[in-house]
Each structure stands twice: as C-alpha cells, then as structure tokens.
Design a binder for this molecule. Structure first.
Ligand SMILES: NC(=O)c1ccc[n+]([C@@H]2O[C@H](COP(=O)([O-])OP(=O)(O)OC[C@H]3O[C@@H](n4cnc5c(N)ncnc54)[C@H](O)[C@@H]3O)[C@@H](O)[C@H]2O)c1
Length: 257
C-alpha cells in the first residue's frame, strides 16, 4: 500500500472545494476531485496533476448513494487508501418559509444532508479497514444561526452539525475523527446566487444583502475560499488528532461561541 496520504474532496470543481483540494495537494496529499459537473472536476484534477500532485477526477452526484460508494471504490483502487474525506459539496436555496415546496426541500436535503451521510458511510467503511482516518464536513454559520430566506439551507446545515456529533461518537473506536468547518460569507458562486435571488425576493437592488451581511463580519472583509482551506488543512493534519465532534467557525467573527 502506498504511503502517500489520500484525500477525496467533494464539490471540488469550484469555490471552496477547489481551494481545499489545492491546499491539501500542497500539504502533500494525493487528491481525488469530485464534482457533479464533470468538466470542472476534470479541470481541477488536471491542474493538480500538472503541478505534480497525483490526482484523479471522480465525477458523481453526492446525493446518489450508489455513485458515492462507486467513487470511493475507484479512489481506493487507484491510490490504495483513503485518509481524509472532505464532504464539501452543497447547494443553496433562497425562499421565504411560506414559499418552500416539497420538491425544493427534497432536492436540497438530497445533496446537503444525504450527500454528507452517504459520503461519510462510504469513507468510514474504507477507513475502518485501515485503522482510522478523518472525515471533515461542510457546516456553516447557518449551522448555528437561522437566517431569513435560508430555511431549507439552514435546516440542512443544522443537520450537518448533528450528523458530525453522532458520527464522531460512533466512529471514535475505529480511529476516525469527524469535524466540520463553518464558513461565513465566502466570495464564491454560492454567494452570488444568494445575493441575486434575495434581491429578486425582496425587490431590492443587487448587492443589498451582501452589504448587510458584510456588516456582521467582525474582521470587515469578505471571506476567501483559501481562508476556509487553511482550517481544513489543519483538521486534516495529525495536529488535529485529538479533536473530534467539533463544528469550528471560520467566519471572520460572525458567530462567537
Ligand atoms: N459560500 C459561502 O458563503 C458558504 C458559507 C458557509 C458554508 N458554505 C458551504 O461550503 C460548501 C461549498 O460552497 P461554495 O461556496 O464553494 O459553493 P459553490 O456553489 O461555489 O461550489 C459548489 C460546488 O459543488 C458542486 N456540487 C453541487 N451539487 C453537487 C452534487 N450533488 N454532487 C457533487 N458536487 C456538487 C458544484 O458543481 C460546485 O462545483 C457548501 O457545502 C456550502 O454550503 C459556503
């Protein structure tokens, strides 16, 4: 079995996931790049390979349990092991509570909640055969704070926090730690979606919500994907061996516990 540590990052074709994949590559991991969008998954994996990191693209929908188990199998077949699973993929919806439909709810929960669960199951099964590993979930400030218009999203991120606690307790005997990173307002496509849709719903100019949100940031600058990747790098490292069941804020001081 190869000794190079291996990380699989979901939703790593763009945004925060891409920055995490790049950071873990520079930390010395071989990287498996998942995304539902095959072309961006391949582009991220190719760029990593060009810079000397063993990498592979594993496109799949994290909401599809069979596909998730298949990609974890493919990663183990190629790299021989899986040390770190970053359950980053997620989507957002922006709707007042009274407008949420069952179809919207099911779609978002299939990715943000079931996706986290299926990925953790597949990863843990493999990690148990290796004597341990690290599972790192994507929480949010919305795992702690309810925000107007983010009903389905906030509910899903509270679920991720709950799953992180349960998984940490269930997997501890197998040497697997489970933690979550909780970003604030990160400058990615997701925030463009939130801001654009919120301006439609509220009838305000584009940028209004973003400006309001920026006021909540103690450090007074928008978060960058690399800010999140630094925390994930730590959680994936042996320096975090004694940390489990934690949902850590990396939000510039929006939520203070
Ligand atoms: N942007 C923020 O402000 C913010 C704040 C807190 C938490 N988060 C969380 O961080 C994670 C990444 O967010 P982001 O801002 O980079 O989002 P993004 O929309 O910029 O990128 C998400 C990536 O996930 C992929 N994806 C979507 N559905 C998928 C699926 N079913 N299977 C596999 N891949 C899928 C997309 O194709 C895209 O490449 C999400 O879980 C999000 O909820 C984001």
């Amino acid at each position: 079995m190869s000794t190079q540590r291996v990380a699989l990052v979901t939703g790593a074709g763009m945004g925060i996931g891409k920055a995490i994949a790049e950071r873990l590559a520079s930390d010395g991991f071989a990287i498996a790049v998942n995304d539902v969008n095959e072309s961006v998954a391949k582009a991220t994996a190719s760029a990593l390979e060009e810079s000397g990191t063993p990498a592979m693209a594993v496109p799949a929908d994290v909401g599809n349990r069979e596909q998730v188990f298949a990609i974890v199998g493919a990663v183990v077949e190629k790299f021989g092991r899986l040390d770190v699973m970053v359950n980053n993929a997620g989507i957002v919806q922006v709707d007042p509570i009274l407008s949420i439909t069952e179809a919207d709810f099911d779609k978002l929960f299939a990715i943000n909640v079931k996706g986290t669960l299926w990925c953790a199951q597949a990863a843990a099964q493999q990690m148990m055969t290796q004597g341990g590993g690290k599972i790192i979930n994507a929480g949010s400030v919305a795992s702690f704070l309810g925000n107007p218009l983010l009903g389905t999203y906030g509910a899903s991120k509270f679920c991720v926090r709950g799953l992180t606690h349960v998984m940490a307790r269930e997997f501890a005997d197998h040497g697997i730690t489970v933690n979550a990173y909780c970003p604030g307002i990160v400058d990615t496509g997701m925030w463009e979606t939130i801001d654009g849709r919120a301006s439609e719903v509220m009838g305000t100019p584009r940028g209004t919500l973003l400006e309001k949100a920026r006021d909540m940031i103690t450090l007074k600058r928008l978060e960058q994907p690399e800010d999140v990747a630094k925390l994930v790098s730590f959680l994936a490292s042996s320096d975090a061996d004694y940390i489990t069941g934690q949902c850590m804020m990396v939000d510039g001081g929006i939520v203070m516990n």
